[in-house]
Design a protein around this ligand. Structure first.
Ligand code: NAP
Length: 280
Protein backbone atom coordinates (compact mmCIF):
# COMPACT_ATOMS: atom_id res chain seq x y z
CA UNK A 1 0.00 0.00 0.00
CA UNK A 2 1.33 3.42 -0.99
CA UNK A 3 2.66 5.98 1.48
CA UNK A 4 0.39 9.03 1.57
CA UNK A 5 2.17 12.30 0.75
CA UNK A 6 0.69 14.64 3.32
CA UNK A 7 0.38 18.05 1.71
CA UNK A 8 -1.61 19.46 4.58
CA UNK A 9 1.16 18.77 7.11
CA UNK A 10 3.95 19.95 4.81
CA UNK A 11 2.11 23.17 3.95
CA UNK A 12 1.55 23.87 7.65
CA UNK A 13 5.27 23.41 8.33
CA UNK A 14 6.35 25.61 5.42
CA UNK A 15 3.78 28.30 6.32
CA UNK A 16 5.59 28.73 9.62
CA UNK A 17 8.85 29.30 7.75
CA UNK A 18 7.16 31.95 5.61
CA UNK A 19 5.73 33.58 8.74
CA UNK A 20 9.25 33.76 10.22
CA UNK A 21 10.61 35.38 7.05
CA UNK A 22 7.70 37.84 6.89
CA UNK A 23 8.26 38.84 10.51
CA UNK A 24 11.71 40.27 9.79
CA UNK A 25 10.72 42.34 6.74
CA UNK A 26 10.68 46.16 6.99
CA UNK A 27 6.91 46.08 6.38
CA UNK A 28 4.18 43.48 6.02
CA UNK A 29 3.61 42.14 2.50
CA UNK A 30 0.18 42.87 1.00
CA UNK A 31 -1.83 40.65 -1.32
CA UNK A 32 -4.83 42.10 -3.17
CA UNK A 33 -7.43 39.39 -3.79
CA UNK A 34 -10.06 40.22 -6.41
CA UNK A 35 -13.23 38.18 -6.81
CA UNK A 36 -15.82 38.96 -9.47
CA UNK A 37 -19.26 37.39 -9.03
CA UNK A 38 -20.56 34.91 -6.50
CA UNK A 39 -19.37 31.50 -7.65
CA UNK A 40 -19.48 29.41 -4.43
CA UNK A 41 -16.23 27.48 -5.16
CA UNK A 42 -14.36 30.72 -5.90
CA UNK A 43 -15.68 32.25 -2.67
CA UNK A 44 -14.22 29.31 -0.73
CA UNK A 45 -10.86 29.60 -2.53
CA UNK A 46 -10.68 33.32 -1.80
CA UNK A 47 -11.57 32.87 1.87
CA UNK A 48 -8.86 30.20 2.15
CA UNK A 49 -6.29 32.52 0.58
CA UNK A 50 -7.20 35.28 3.01
CA UNK A 51 -6.90 32.83 5.92
CA UNK A 52 -3.47 31.72 4.69
CA UNK A 53 -2.37 35.36 4.51
CA UNK A 54 -3.43 35.89 8.10
CA UNK A 55 -1.48 32.84 9.27
CA UNK A 56 1.64 34.01 7.44
CA UNK A 57 1.43 37.60 8.69
CA UNK A 58 0.60 38.86 5.19
CA UNK A 59 -2.04 41.59 4.81
CA UNK A 60 -4.85 40.71 2.43
CA UNK A 61 -7.00 43.33 0.72
CA UNK A 62 -10.24 41.79 -0.51
CA UNK A 63 -12.12 43.26 -3.49
CA UNK A 64 -15.53 41.62 -3.98
CA UNK A 65 -17.06 42.88 -7.22
CA UNK A 66 -20.56 42.09 -8.52
CA UNK A 67 -21.00 39.64 -11.43
CA UNK A 68 -22.03 42.47 -13.78
CA UNK A 69 -18.73 44.34 -13.28
CA UNK A 70 -17.53 45.41 -16.73
CA UNK A 71 -14.17 44.42 -18.14
CA UNK A 72 -13.13 48.08 -18.06
CA UNK A 73 -14.03 48.45 -14.38
CA UNK A 74 -11.91 45.39 -13.55
CA UNK A 75 -9.00 46.61 -15.67
CA UNK A 76 -9.24 50.04 -14.00
CA UNK A 77 -9.04 48.40 -10.57
CA UNK A 78 -5.98 46.38 -11.66
CA UNK A 79 -4.40 49.61 -12.86
CA UNK A 80 -4.95 51.23 -9.46
CA UNK A 81 -3.47 48.17 -7.69
CA UNK A 82 -0.51 48.13 -10.11
CA UNK A 83 0.24 51.75 -9.20
CA UNK A 84 -0.07 51.22 -5.44
CA UNK A 85 3.46 50.78 -4.10
CA UNK A 86 2.15 49.08 -0.97
CA UNK A 87 0.42 46.26 -2.89
CA UNK A 88 2.92 43.46 -3.51
CA UNK A 89 0.76 40.86 -5.18
CA UNK A 90 -2.47 40.92 -7.20
CA UNK A 91 -4.57 37.80 -7.46
CA UNK A 92 -7.68 37.80 -9.63
CA UNK A 93 -9.66 34.65 -8.87
CA UNK A 94 -10.47 32.67 -12.02
CA UNK A 95 -12.77 31.82 -13.70
CA UNK A 96 -14.15 35.26 -14.55
CA UNK A 97 -17.66 35.86 -15.87
CA UNK A 98 -17.89 35.20 -19.64
CA UNK A 99 -18.09 38.86 -20.64
CA UNK A 100 -14.58 39.52 -19.23
CA UNK A 101 -11.50 38.35 -21.14
CA UNK A 102 -9.26 36.38 -18.78
CA UNK A 103 -6.38 36.90 -21.16
CA UNK A 104 -6.74 40.70 -21.05
CA UNK A 105 -6.91 40.61 -17.26
CA UNK A 106 -3.84 38.37 -16.93
CA UNK A 107 -1.91 40.65 -19.31
CA UNK A 108 -2.97 43.75 -17.33
CA UNK A 109 -1.40 42.62 -14.04
CA UNK A 110 2.08 44.06 -13.61
CA UNK A 111 4.46 41.05 -13.96
CA UNK A 112 6.20 41.90 -10.66
CA UNK A 113 2.84 41.61 -8.84
CA UNK A 114 1.67 38.51 -10.75
CA UNK A 115 1.83 36.06 -7.84
CA UNK A 116 -0.13 33.43 -9.79
CA UNK A 117 2.66 33.48 -12.42
CA UNK A 118 0.12 33.52 -15.26
CA UNK A 119 1.50 36.57 -17.13
CA UNK A 120 3.38 35.56 -20.32
CA UNK A 121 6.50 37.32 -18.98
CA UNK A 122 6.53 35.04 -15.92
CA UNK A 123 5.54 32.00 -17.98
CA UNK A 124 8.57 32.74 -20.16
CA UNK A 125 10.79 32.74 -17.08
CA UNK A 126 9.39 29.36 -16.06
CA UNK A 127 10.26 28.04 -19.53
CA UNK A 128 13.83 29.39 -19.44
CA UNK A 129 14.36 28.46 -15.79
CA UNK A 130 15.01 32.00 -14.54
CA UNK A 131 14.23 32.96 -10.97
CA UNK A 132 10.79 34.45 -10.48
CA UNK A 133 7.32 33.57 -9.37
CA UNK A 134 6.58 29.87 -9.21
CA UNK A 135 3.54 28.30 -10.87
CA UNK A 136 1.52 27.58 -7.70
CA UNK A 137 0.18 24.06 -8.23
CA UNK A 138 3.20 22.54 -10.05
CA UNK A 139 5.66 24.13 -7.61
CA UNK A 140 3.57 22.75 -4.74
CA UNK A 141 3.86 19.28 -6.29
CA UNK A 142 7.65 19.71 -6.58
CA UNK A 143 7.89 20.63 -2.88
CA UNK A 144 5.98 17.48 -1.99
CA UNK A 145 8.24 15.29 -4.15
CA UNK A 146 11.28 16.91 -2.52
CA UNK A 147 9.92 16.37 0.99
CA UNK A 148 9.42 12.66 0.30
CA UNK A 149 12.85 12.44 -1.38
CA UNK A 150 11.43 11.24 -4.68
CA UNK A 151 14.19 11.14 -7.27
CA UNK A 152 13.21 12.82 -10.53
CA UNK A 153 16.40 12.88 -12.63
CA UNK A 154 16.26 10.21 -15.31
CA UNK A 155 12.78 9.03 -14.28
CA UNK A 156 9.90 8.61 -16.71
CA UNK A 157 7.42 11.32 -15.76
CA UNK A 158 3.95 11.37 -17.30
CA UNK A 159 1.71 14.41 -16.89
CA UNK A 160 -1.92 13.92 -17.87
CA UNK A 161 -3.38 17.34 -18.71
CA UNK A 162 -1.86 20.27 -20.62
CA UNK A 163 -3.57 23.34 -19.19
CA UNK A 164 -1.58 26.55 -18.83
CA UNK A 165 -2.22 26.50 -15.08
CA UNK A 166 -1.24 22.93 -14.24
CA UNK A 167 -0.20 20.49 -16.97
CA UNK A 168 2.25 22.56 -19.03
CA UNK A 169 4.16 24.19 -16.14
CA UNK A 170 4.17 20.86 -14.29
CA UNK A 171 5.91 19.24 -17.25
CA UNK A 172 8.43 22.11 -17.36
CA UNK A 173 9.34 21.82 -13.67
CA UNK A 174 9.81 18.06 -13.96
CA UNK A 175 11.97 18.61 -17.05
CA UNK A 176 14.01 21.19 -15.14
CA UNK A 177 14.82 18.44 -12.62
CA UNK A 178 15.91 16.20 -15.52
CA UNK A 179 12.84 13.97 -15.63
CA UNK A 180 12.03 12.42 -19.02
CA UNK A 181 8.62 13.94 -19.51
CA UNK A 182 5.60 12.92 -21.58
CA UNK A 183 2.48 15.09 -21.68
CA UNK A 184 -0.91 13.47 -22.36
CA UNK A 185 -4.24 15.17 -23.15
CA UNK A 186 -7.71 14.47 -24.44
CA UNK A 187 -6.45 13.51 -27.91
CA UNK A 188 -3.83 11.07 -26.60
CA UNK A 189 -4.56 7.57 -27.83
CA UNK A 190 -4.02 4.54 -25.59
CA UNK A 191 -3.47 6.66 -22.50
CA UNK A 192 -3.04 3.59 -20.33
CA UNK A 193 -0.05 2.38 -22.36
CA UNK A 194 1.74 5.63 -21.57
CA UNK A 195 0.70 6.00 -17.91
CA UNK A 196 1.74 2.39 -17.22
CA UNK A 197 5.34 3.27 -18.07
CA UNK A 198 5.48 6.22 -15.65
CA UNK A 199 7.78 6.21 -12.63
CA UNK A 200 6.08 9.47 -11.65
CA UNK A 201 2.50 10.00 -12.79
CA UNK A 202 0.81 13.38 -12.34
CA UNK A 203 -2.88 13.51 -13.18
CA UNK A 204 -4.51 16.90 -13.74
CA UNK A 205 -7.58 16.12 -15.79
CA UNK A 206 -10.59 16.76 -13.62
CA UNK A 207 -12.51 13.54 -14.32
CA UNK A 208 -13.50 11.21 -11.51
CA UNK A 209 -11.93 7.76 -11.88
CA UNK A 210 -9.99 8.44 -15.09
CA UNK A 211 -6.86 6.85 -13.52
CA UNK A 212 -7.47 3.24 -12.54
CA UNK A 213 -5.14 0.76 -10.85
CA UNK A 214 -4.52 -0.97 -14.20
CA UNK A 215 -3.02 2.21 -15.61
CA UNK A 216 -0.30 2.46 -12.97
CA UNK A 217 3.03 0.65 -12.78
CA UNK A 218 3.90 -1.19 -9.56
CA UNK A 219 5.84 1.16 -7.30
CA UNK A 220 5.02 4.34 -9.24
CA UNK A 221 4.73 7.70 -7.50
CA UNK A 222 1.26 9.10 -8.19
CA UNK A 223 0.31 12.75 -7.76
CA UNK A 224 -3.38 13.48 -8.08
CA UNK A 225 -3.88 17.18 -8.72
CA UNK A 226 -7.58 17.07 -9.54
CA UNK A 227 -10.35 18.40 -7.35
CA UNK A 228 -13.53 16.68 -8.46
CA UNK A 229 -16.79 15.88 -6.75
CA UNK A 230 -18.04 12.30 -6.87
CA UNK A 231 -21.66 11.20 -7.18
CA UNK A 232 -22.15 11.75 -3.43
CA UNK A 233 -20.75 15.28 -3.71
CA UNK A 234 -17.53 14.34 -1.90
CA UNK A 235 -14.24 15.93 -2.97
CA UNK A 236 -12.05 13.43 -4.87
CA UNK A 237 -9.26 13.31 -7.42
CA UNK A 238 -8.81 11.64 -10.81
CA UNK A 239 -7.61 8.33 -9.35
CA UNK A 240 -9.70 5.45 -8.11
CA UNK A 241 -7.83 5.88 -4.88
CA UNK A 242 -7.86 2.38 -3.37
CA UNK A 243 -6.92 0.69 -6.65
CA UNK A 244 -4.11 3.12 -7.41
CA UNK A 245 -2.79 3.22 -3.84
CA UNK A 246 -2.53 -0.59 -3.92
CA UNK A 247 -0.06 -0.34 -6.82
CA UNK A 248 1.80 2.90 -6.09
CA UNK A 249 4.71 3.48 -3.72
CA UNK A 250 3.60 7.05 -2.91
CA UNK A 251 0.32 8.83 -3.56
CA UNK A 252 -1.25 12.20 -2.78
CA UNK A 253 -4.69 12.05 -1.17
CA UNK A 254 -7.56 14.32 -2.24
CA UNK A 255 -8.21 16.35 -0.17
CA UNK A 256 -5.01 16.98 1.80
CA UNK A 257 -2.43 16.45 -0.96
CA UNK A 258 -1.75 19.03 -3.65
CA UNK A 259 -4.45 21.58 -2.69
CA UNK A 260 -2.76 22.89 0.49
CA UNK A 261 0.59 23.04 -1.32
CA UNK A 262 -0.89 25.24 -4.06
CA UNK A 263 -2.07 27.67 -1.40
CA UNK A 264 1.36 27.61 0.24
CA UNK A 265 3.18 28.56 -2.96
CA UNK A 266 0.90 31.58 -3.37
CA UNK A 267 2.13 32.78 0.03
CA UNK A 268 5.72 32.08 -1.02
CA UNK A 269 5.25 34.14 -4.20
CA UNK A 270 3.73 37.01 -2.21
CA UNK A 271 6.77 36.96 0.07
CA UNK A 272 9.05 36.98 -3.00
CA UNK A 273 7.15 39.97 -4.41
CA UNK A 274 7.39 41.89 -1.13
CA UNK A 275 11.13 41.23 -0.83
CA UNK A 276 11.57 42.58 -4.35
CA UNK A 277 9.47 45.70 -3.69
CA UNK A 278 11.02 46.45 -0.30
CA UNK A 279 14.49 46.39 -1.84
CA UNK A 280 13.46 48.91 -4.57
P1 NAP B 1 -8.40 21.99 -17.52
O1 NAP B 1 -7.95 23.33 -17.97
O2 NAP B 1 -9.83 21.58 -17.73
O3 NAP B 1 -7.44 20.90 -18.20
C1 NAP B 1 -7.73 19.55 -18.16
C2 NAP B 1 -6.75 18.81 -19.03
O4 NAP B 1 -7.11 17.43 -19.03
C3 NAP B 1 -6.76 19.27 -20.50
O5 NAP B 1 -5.44 19.45 -20.94
C4 NAP B 1 -7.45 18.13 -21.24
O6 NAP B 1 -6.96 17.91 -22.54
C5 NAP B 1 -7.08 16.94 -20.36
N1 NAP B 1 -8.04 15.85 -20.55
C6 NAP B 1 -9.39 15.92 -20.57
N2 NAP B 1 -9.92 14.71 -20.78
C7 NAP B 1 -8.88 13.85 -20.91
C8 NAP B 1 -8.78 12.47 -21.16
N3 NAP B 1 -9.86 11.71 -21.32
N4 NAP B 1 -7.56 11.93 -21.23
C9 NAP B 1 -6.44 12.67 -21.08
N5 NAP B 1 -6.47 14.00 -20.81
C10 NAP B 1 -7.68 14.58 -20.76
O7 NAP B 1 -8.14 21.79 -15.98
P2 NAP B 1 -6.96 22.36 -15.00
O8 NAP B 1 -7.23 23.76 -14.68
O9 NAP B 1 -5.64 21.96 -15.54
O10 NAP B 1 -7.26 21.49 -13.73
C11 NAP B 1 -7.22 20.07 -13.76
C12 NAP B 1 -7.76 19.53 -12.46
O11 NAP B 1 -6.92 19.98 -11.40
C13 NAP B 1 -9.16 20.00 -12.09
O12 NAP B 1 -9.80 18.97 -11.38
C14 NAP B 1 -8.92 21.18 -11.17
O13 NAP B 1 -9.98 21.39 -10.27
C15 NAP B 1 -7.69 20.69 -10.45
N6 NAP B 1 -6.84 21.74 -9.88
C16 NAP B 1 -6.38 21.53 -8.64
C17 NAP B 1 -5.55 22.42 -8.06
C18 NAP B 1 -5.04 22.13 -6.70
O14 NAP B 1 -4.52 23.03 -6.05
N7 NAP B 1 -5.12 20.89 -6.24
C19 NAP B 1 -5.17 23.59 -8.74
C20 NAP B 1 -5.62 23.78 -10.04
C21 NAP B 1 -6.46 22.83 -10.61
P3 NAP B 1 -7.17 18.97 -23.76
O15 NAP B 1 -6.15 20.03 -23.52
O16 NAP B 1 -6.92 18.16 -24.97
O17 NAP B 1 -8.58 19.46 -23.64
Amino acid sequence: MAIKMDGKALAAKLRMQIRDEVAILARKPTLAVVLVGDDPASQVYVRNKEKDCEECGILSQGYRLPADTTEKQLLDLIDVLNQNALVDGILVQLPLPNHISEQKVIHAICPDKDVDAFHPFNVGKIVTGEDGFLPCTPAGVMELLKEYQIEIAGKKCVVVGRSNIVGKPMALLLLRESGTVTICHSKTSHLEEITKKADILVSAVGKVGIITGDMVKDGAVVVDVAMNHNAEGKLCGDCIYDEVAAKASYITPVPGGVGPMTRLILMKNTLTAAKMHIKE
